[in-house]
Design a binder for this molecule. Structure first.
Ligand code: ADP
Ligand code: AMP
Length: 216
């Protein structure tokens, strides 16, 4: 099954998509993760994307669509694709349909993780990420065992530069303006399911699995 996980920045998309992918054998495709990797490696894509990401804007559609096209092709034959943070514009949504059908696939469901803005901002500003393995923590909600160190690999934890309160709020505005219209678009196609993103990680995971019919 091919699923889009959408919702505002900080809703818990990445956390939940990673869990769902591990538990149900789906391929997790996150343009945010791929773009940060490209920035770290200093590739031409990374050099172009960095300025947009630093100020909380969306990276131009053309770049993101080509990045995802390559990943969808590479994952041909997988049990299912789980899109996290894609599409974020109507142009990307159209491109996703076209890319999936090129590979003989279709979109089965869009889950919209719902979380109030203030809680999303708290989650973003407290987020810490492992520099080595990319694991996700939160200073208050999911603190590491040793301050500043990843429980899984011992790597250093850092704060994403776009998780400052100012940039987090700018990203929220961008979400409202450019991404929220996709909710009505997918609802009109009968693909949308709202999932409450509040509560603990396990609680939300349980709701998501049930919604997707992937219980267990
Ligand atoms: P998104 O991918 O939607 O931007 P993340 O999955 O990275 O969001 O989560 C944002 C922050 O909130 C991270 O620090 C993460 O550890 C934390 N987080 C995720 N889900 C929950 C939850 N259900 N309760 C509390 N904190 C959470
Ligand atoms: P995320 O990791 O999903 O929070 O995304 C971090 C940043 O990457 C965003 O603020 C954008 O600058 C960029 N980005 C991620 N996904 C997309 C997308 N689908 N379209 C455009 N830009 C994106």
């Amino acid at each position: 099954m091919n699923v889009v996980v959408m919702g505002p920045p900080g809703a818990g998309k990445g956390t939940q998509a990673k869990l769902l992918a591990e538990r149900h054998g789906l391929v997790h495709l996150s343009p945010g993760d791929l773009l940060r990797e490209a920035v770290k490696e200093g590739t031409p894509l990374g050099l172009e994307a960095k300025a947009y990401m630093d100020r909380g804007s969306l990276v131009p559609d053309g770049l993101v669509i080509e990045l995802m096209r390559a990943r969808i092709r590479e994952s041909g034959g997988a049990r299912g694709l789980l899109f996290d943070g894609f599409p974020r514009t109507l142009a990307q949504a159209d491109a996703l349909d076209a890319m999936l059908s090129e590979s003989g696939f279709a979109l089965d469901m869009v889950v919209n993780v719902v979380l109030p803005e203030e809680e999303a901002i708290r989650r973003l500003t407290g987020r810490r990420v492992c520099r080595v393995c990319g694991a996700n923590y939160h200073l208050e909600y999911r603190p590491p065992n040793a301050p500043g160190r990843c429980d899984l690999c011992g790597g250093e934890l850092y704060q994403r530069s776009d998780d400052s309160e100012e940039t987090a709020r700018a990203r929220f505005e961008v979400y409202r303006r450019q991404t929220e219209p996709l909710i009505a678009y997918y609802a009109a196609r009968g693909l949308l399911r709202d999932v409450d993103g509040s509560g603990g990680v396990d609680e939300v995971a349980e709701r998501l699995s049930r919604t997707l019919g992937l219980a267990g």
